[in-house]
Design a binder for this molecule. Structure first.
Ligand code: ADE
Length: 224
């Protein structure tokens, strides 16, 4: 699976993909993540990518040309299943959407900045607009990294124990049960006896009950 991310701040995306699971997924050849600097696609002699908004108002708007030139170049090289624009007014990312997107081949992600991007980019190219939550960040780069992480960990073979992605919180519309590791007793704070019992059916039952209790208390909306 291949990702192409278009941004004016490629440096912001160097670190998130260079560690841990995302790094390993690339090394194993299970995913490719390419970051493109929109300034490289500006025809302007100052390599500017933004301009004042028509009609006035505060803030700068990202111009269509660098996006259009970069998108057209990439589209000439391969077909994209999705061209996603990260924006707080998009559809909120959830596990279901991540699952859906983990089965496609090529995804392009557009990161906005400043006041926004020229509406014509959205009208002409974008297939989906996605938000990571009801708050405004300074740009789409961190949301793009979150989207890629949520998708890549679901690609078969990325996690060493494939069942661990399936047992994630939200996969069954429920939060996870609490987990513990050694020591069994830390300064009098003990791990629940059931987890030390070796009784697998009873442990599964306990985990389900705990998950249900946690979901009811914290996210009753998931059970509706
Ligand atoms: N860009 C700025 N804020 C964002 C958000 N909450 N989700 C996606 N993209 C964004």
């Amino acid at each position: 699976m291949r990702f192409d991310i278009l941004t004016v701040l490629p440096g912001l995306l160097e670190s998130p993909f260079a560690h841990s699971i995302l790094h390993r997924a690339q090394k194993k050849g299970l995913t490719e993540i390419h970051v493109h600097n929109l300034r490289d696609y500006s025809s302007n002699k100052h390599k500017s990518v933004d301009d004042y908004p028509y009609g006035g108002g505060s803030g700068m708007v990202m111009m269509i040309e660098p996006f259009a030139v970069c998108i057209e170049k990439l589209k000439a090289e391969r077909e994209y299943d999705e061209i996603i624009f990260m924006t707080p007014d998009g559809v909120t990312l959830n596990q279901g959407l991540a699952n859906q997107l983990s089965s496609v081949k090529n995804i392009m992600i557009l990161c906005g900045h400043y006041k926004g991007i020229d509406q014509r980019v959205r009208d002409l190219y974008v297939t989906r607009e996605m938000s990571i939550g009801d708050y405004v960040l300074s740009g789409g780069e961190l949301p793009a990294a979150i989207l890629v992480d949520a998708i890549v960990r679901l690609i078969p073979g990325v996690l060493s124990d494939e069942t661990s992605a399936l047992s994630d919180s939200f996969q069954d519309d429920m939060l996870d049960a609490p987990v513990y590791t050694r020591p069994a007793d830390w300064k009098g704070h003990k791990v629940p006896d059931i987890l030390l019992s070796g009784n697998t059916p009873e442990i599964e039952k306990w985990r389900f009950e705990q998950a249900m209790e946690r979901t009811k208390a914290r996210r009753p909306d998931l059970l509706e």
